[in-house]
Structure formats: C-alpha cells, structure tokens
Design a protein around this ligand. Sequence first.
Ligand code: DAH
Length: 345
Amino acid sequence: MSEQIFEKVKEVLSQIQEAQPASPEELEAFRIKYLGSKNSIKPLFAEMRNIPNEQKKEFGQKLNELKKTAEAKFAQLKDGLGSTTSKSSAQAIDMTVPVGSLDIGSRHPVSLVLNHMIDVFTRIGFSVAEDREIEDDWHNFTAMNTPEHHPARDMQDTFYLKDSTSMLLRTHTSSVQARMMTAHEPPIRIIAPGRVFRNETISARSHCQFHQVEGLYVDEGVSFADMKQTLLYFAKEMYGAETDIRLRPSYFPFTEPSAEMDVWLGTETETTRKLTKGTGWLEVLGCGMVDPNVLENCGIDSKKYSGYAFGIGIERSAMQKYNISDIRMLFENDTRFLSQFTAAF
Ligand code: DAH
C-alpha cells in the first residue's frame, strides 16, 4: 500500500520536472495544477495516515520536495516566458520611450587647446606640418645650430633610443623646422603641433612628455616686428582681447635675437598663482629670428631670406584655461577627470 503511494509521489515529481508549458496560458494551467488551491499535491498529504510510522518522516520530506520543485519550476518558467515569447516581449518594449543619452566621450583638454591654436594660426595663413617623434640627432640638434658638445644640449635631457647615440625622442618640435626647410623652398609658413619628450623628474609642474606647437615663417624681408605682431594676435585670440604680453630677451641656439613671451594672468586664483609662481606672468613660448646658421644648415640662402620661429608649450595653457593645478592629471587618462571637458574645437 505505502509503496504505491511512494510510486505516485515519484510520478508526480517527474511530471512536474518534464512539464514544458510554452505559452502564458499553459503556464497558468501548470500553476493551477500544482500550486493552485485544488492542486494535485494536496490529496497526497491526506495519504499520510496510510503510511507506517517509521516511513512518515521520509514521506513528509518527499512531499515537501514535490512542492518546492513545483514552485521553483514555476518561477523559472515565468521568467523565461516573460522574455522569450514573442507576445510578451512585444508588450515589454515600449517603442515610444525616449532613448537614454549615449556616452559619446569628450576631447582631451590638451587636444582642445591644440585645436584652438591650430585654428588661430591657420586663419592667418599658416599650414599644419606634422612630423616624426623619433628623430635623428641632426634634425633635433645639429641642424638647429646645436652641434655635439654644445652646452645647450644639456638644457634638454634627451631620451636616446637603446644602444644608439644618434636616434632619440625629439626634445622639441623645432626638429620639424629642419624637416620643412630641407624639403621646401621659401616662402615657408607652418605650425608643427606634436608631442615631445625630456628626461625630467615628474612633478606637478613638469612631465617627461608634453606638447608643443612650433611656428616657422621664412620669406624675404621677414622682421622681428612681424613676429611680435603675430604673437600678440595669437595671445589675444587665446587669452582674450585684453591680454597683455611681454617679450623678455633670452637665448636659444637656433634664434638670434631670442626672446620669451609671457602673458599676464594676474594672481587672483590659486591656479594662476601656482602657474605663474606668484608673478602673474605665464611664460607661454620661446621665439626669435631664425639664426642664419640654421637657414644655411638647411640649404636656404640667409642673404636672401630671413624668418622667425616660435615654440609654444600646450600643457601650461590647458592648465590655465581649465584650472588644472597638476600637470600629471593630463596624462593619467582618468575618465572621471577627462569627461568634464566639453569640446569647443
Ligand atoms: N625649442 C624650444 C624649447 O623647446 C622652444 C623654442 C624657442 C622654439 C624659440 C622656437 C624658438 O622655434 O624660436 O624650449
């Protein structure tokens, strides 16, 4: 007698396990059959009295297993049917709901400033010339009037390629001047934006990689006054119409005379005080008249032609513009930082 009842329980268990309701209606029928108020498991509980005492515990466990299996199966089927049957998935998607905004990324602050500078200079007739980051000694130093053992080489701590004394990571974009002047006849009017490298200790103010925009104009009769006016225009476009500049005498091997240009930022905010070391003046570029030796090194007649050149650092301008007080943030690629910048260029 009890064996038959155990058999019956087994049968119902396999029926539950094998049931395959394929529509919400069939699923509802499954629910009514095994979990409803008149479900087919209930009568089995009534059989308890026919079970001998020593088997009652085992029987009770089997019935519970039956109930649990039915509940679990129902929950699983409900989820499955909700997402796979064509009818219910059509109901689940509302085509009229507006889509969420896409994460389309943002431009790096260095790119924003670089693009702004390119825009300013191309408007007055400069073309963009880009060249290699791995350079040879000649274009980076020798052609730029900085021969071997020249003390100015120590001004820029150079990364040489492994086992090489002549191949290096360019220390400035001035190497592009040599590339352009050896390949083209004047008039030459270019800007050369790009990344440069120096073996410097990394700190809040300096890094071993940064960006410059080189400028070069070579033609007949180019004067220092031309350069000054061009750079004043640049400063006003970049930093605002009220911007003041000052040119301080300086030294670079490739220009004579040479100067450094500062723009007035003031000392009002913490960032401007930090960037200007408390003076209010931010040094933004080096410039000068192209040294005749440089023209001759590159095969240009220095009696006929003259030129001016300048090299602008990008990072400091980006830091000033966006109130960034630590240059390292520009190279960490932390998207929480980068996603704050919205593109104007
Ligand atoms: N190459 C210089 C540097 O990296 C910057 C520079 C100064 C570039 C004067 C020029 C220039 O073209 O005329 O520090």
